[in-house]
Design a protein around this ligand. Sequence first.
Ligand code: NDP
Length: 518
Amino acid sequence: MDSVHDDNQVTLQANLADADAVPAQCRRVTPSDPCAIIIFGASGDLTARKILPALYKLYCNNSLPRSFVILGAARSMLTREAFIDKMKEALTGAADPDMERWKTFAESLYYHQIDYTDEESYAALAATLKGLDRKHGTGGNRLLYLAVPPFLYQTIVTAAGRAGLSHEPDCRSCWSRIIVEKPFGSNLETSRSLDNSLHEWFTENQIYRIDHYLAKETVQNILVFRFANAIFEPVWNRQFIEYVDICASETLGVEHRAGYYEQAGVLRDMFQNHMMQLLALIAMEPPARFESEMVRDEKAKLFKSLRSVAMKNLDDHLVLAQYGVGSINGKKVPGYRSEPGVDPQSFTPTYACMKLFIDNWRWEGVPFYLTSGKRLAQKTTRIEVQFKEVPHAVFQNVFTEGINANRLTFSIQPEEKIALTFQAKNPVSASCLRSINMEFSYEGDKDHMFEAYEKVLLDCMNGDQMLFLRQDSEELCWEFLTPLIEDCETCINREKTLKTYGAGTPGPLEAERLKARL
Ligand code: NDP
């Protein structure tokens, strides 16, 4: 471990620059089972920007199984060559700048044009897969990836099931798994309906509901930090913690996704999944062992303890807002209602700040603030755990200023670090304190870290569901949020309840007021 000092900061950096420094038993396991990866929606944005680059990087790091096939499926009429060219274009500047390994990787890349609503189309896909199994030795294992707009999920699941793609042959290491992208339904009812369709063909242990936030290194580190150190857990409760603040802010606006975002809004887009998962990791009880089902049991227990928000006091718990015109990095940007594809009278919230409570022994009375928004001043995702002030002001007659309480910050992006602030005497003055930041950063390790989508794909190939959402948690989160979403969408006073904030600002003042009312 290297340490760097400056006046007010101690930085600790794990020295993993040499990959050999990682013991063999700690390295991520390269999947041993051969498999075919079938991407529905292969002509789309997610495939080009995330899925294919992740697969190629895994390939370049020798982390894909020895035998694999990637079969892109979509409506677009593309030849195999055109698909390969499109994927190559998307990769420019990625894992392997000289693209030395692209040629051999592309030998496993195929394309199958499909009509999502036509069952014969899936029968043809299944036949193609059988041929590829024989050619590449992929053994009949299937990883289906739903990278299509959500309204197509059920259609594809049912048709793929009927074509036998969910079937797990009767052998120990034969499998079929399905990755479902967010959003997983749009309310409690639709998420249940999607689950019903999935469960007609897939068992829960074949279903991988993605929240790629969970695959970020600092997010995974929350549990290690809490449960592999003896000194933090004893103070991790209502006696020592004043409040917890979870924030995920973006400087980007709605970009080209207005069609989706107009329907979703910030509560579905960020809260139902990412924010709730971060909340679970910071607040859940320790599992008996670090095993997928045990961790997911504890998360579900936490979600069961969420106090429902009393709708008549909604203003005390929720601020919703939409961005207006403003400037980001000195550049003028339009308000949400003037973005391409957005209804000029839209009431879709692009920002929410929520105050919630967890009704259990550990957290009774501790407010948790969850904030997320687009076009804010800063791009950052972080969790701040604010400790209480010292119980007695021993130094009141010595130091002129007040004493800041300790704060622990988990920065998730763009920086990946953990920082603890504490007080020390300022050596150059007789009666002053200064806040010291003790930091642990992953900065030096970035080249060796797996990106979120790489980890998600790898874990799915390895059959590890730890990072994926389980049906019960998914439903509990919808149960908590659906009344709030329905209220915000049907409220007759929407004009009044939906606040505005200038693009490039920290958000509406009402959120500050909500947080000030401790
Ligand atoms: P796209 O809008 O790019 O659509 C993916 C593909 O689906 C398209 O290439 C198209 O392929 C097909 N498609 C699109 N619209 C229709 C339609 N109306 N009818 C039939 N087929 C259609 O989606 P993304 O790639 O952006 O996203 C895929 C999924 O991943 C979505 O559920 C999204 O919410 C989720 N997601 C996306 C992220 C992103 O960064 N893009 C991030 C996180 C989640 P073709 O016409 O060739 O069949």
